[in-house]
Design a protein. Structure first.
Ligand code: NDP
Length: 329
């Protein structure tokens, strides 16, 4: 069994030196426990925050101990709580080949319903984030203009497509490369731009000349400032993430136009997907239906091997992924 430990806390951008590959034995289950051979593990932007030793909504990762995070795999030993050897389960002990956990903290998933990797993305945490953030937090209504940043990523690509499926009038996305912009158009976005091409404010004004009603923020900083500038009266923003500043040593200067919130009566609402579990059933039913009918597409970027998990994580921060970044073991 091999696992990835946090060797040191990154200052600014993480590097390969912050991680260590460690060999241990395959664990043996105690009563009520299971051993899972992980097939896919998730790397996610929020993990960067957990590498800092600061108080947050999730505790920091410990040094010289395995990292953790979403994973799916097959139960190879033990059992309990209705989970048996041979079942495929979703659980929270990624970053390792074999996970030992209480059966009660794993959730069985159906490998015949969807490829198992989907339970970490489109039918899992990032999919629910998009669904809940757009429909619940921002309360998007048919006919509205929606702007989403990080639009070619796991969350963003779902936000744009769900907005279209739910009757948005116009959907605009921003992403970090020409290939990603092309992909957004293929996914049905009405307009898309590469934020490296010039000020986001100008690109957004050109893409949504009549302003935006909903902003789904994955990026923060300059994107949030531009969105505030473009928002129509009573506009709403779901503040999901601010990846532009996760590796910053200093807090960003933007948004400098926050006072516009007053006159435009804007709502900027932060949220955590963990608070929206009540929507899960509705979300899975609706999204699985769209997938079956071919109305929704999802991308995955897959890196092979536990030893390459740190590279996958670093690549995610650098934007090397289209859709959900996953490590296959
Ligand atoms: P993505 O699949 O979107 O991957 C991250 C992407 O961020 C990269 O592909 C890159 O794409 C983009 N990026 C990196 N640096 C910058 C930058 N400086 N400016 C603009 N874009 C940048 O990740 P997820 O879909 O998993 O997560 C998206 C966001 O949602 C993150 O901010 C994350 O923290 C947040 N999140 C929040 C949750 C919540 O409960 N609130 C739950 C899940 C995710 P590009 O090439 O376009 O730059």
């Amino acid at each position: 069994n091999r696992e990835i430990h946090l060797a040191s806390r990154p200052q600014g951008w993480p590097t390969a030196d912050n991680f260590r590959l460690v060999e241990t034995g395959v664990p043996t289950p105690g009563p009520g426990q299971i051993v899972v051979r992980n097939q896919y593990i998730s790397v996610d932007p929020y993990m960067r925050g957990r590498m800092n030793d600061v108080k947050s909504y999730v505790p920091p990762f410990a040094l010289d101990a395995p990292l953790d995070g979403g994973a799916v795999g097959e139960v190879v030993a033990g059992g309990g709580d209705g989970i048996n050897v041979g079942d495929t389960v979703l659980h929270g002990l990624g970053w390792r080949e074999y996970a030992l956990l209480d059966a009660g903290s794993a959730r069985r998933v159906d490998p015949d319903l969807a490829p198992v990797s989907a339970y970490l993305g489109v039918l899992g945490m990032t999919g629910l984030t998009a669904y809940a953030g757009l429909l619940d937090v921002a309360a998007m209504r048919p006919g509205e203009t929606v702007f989403v940043s990080g639009a070619a990523g796991a969350v963003g690509s779902m936000v744009g497509q769900i907005a279209k499926l739910k009757g948005a009038g116009r959907v605009v996305g921003s992403a970090g490369s020409p290939a990603k912009v092309e992909r957004l158009t293929a996914l049905g976005f009405d307009a898309a731009f590469d934020y490296h091409d010039g000020p986001v404010r100008d690109a957004l004004k050109a893409a949504a000349p009549d302003g935006i009603d909903v902003y789904f923020d994955n990026v923060g900083g300059e994107h949030l400032e531009a969105a505030i500038g473009s928002m129509n009266l009573h506009g709403r923003a779901a503040i999901c993430g601010m990846i532009a500043q996760y590796n910053a040593a200093e807090p960003p200067a933007a948004p400098r136009n926050l006072a516009l919130v007053i006159g435009k009566r804007l709502t900027l609402r932060g949220f955590l997907v963990g608070d929206h579990g009540g929507l899960r059933e509705q979300f899975v039913t609706e999204v699985a239906g769209w997938l079956r009918e071919g109305k929704l597409s999802y991308d995955e970027t897959i890196v092979d091997g536990i030893e390459n998990a740190p590279d996958a994580f670093l690549g995610l921060l650098r934007g090397e992924n289209l859709g959900k970044m996953l490590v296959r073991l």
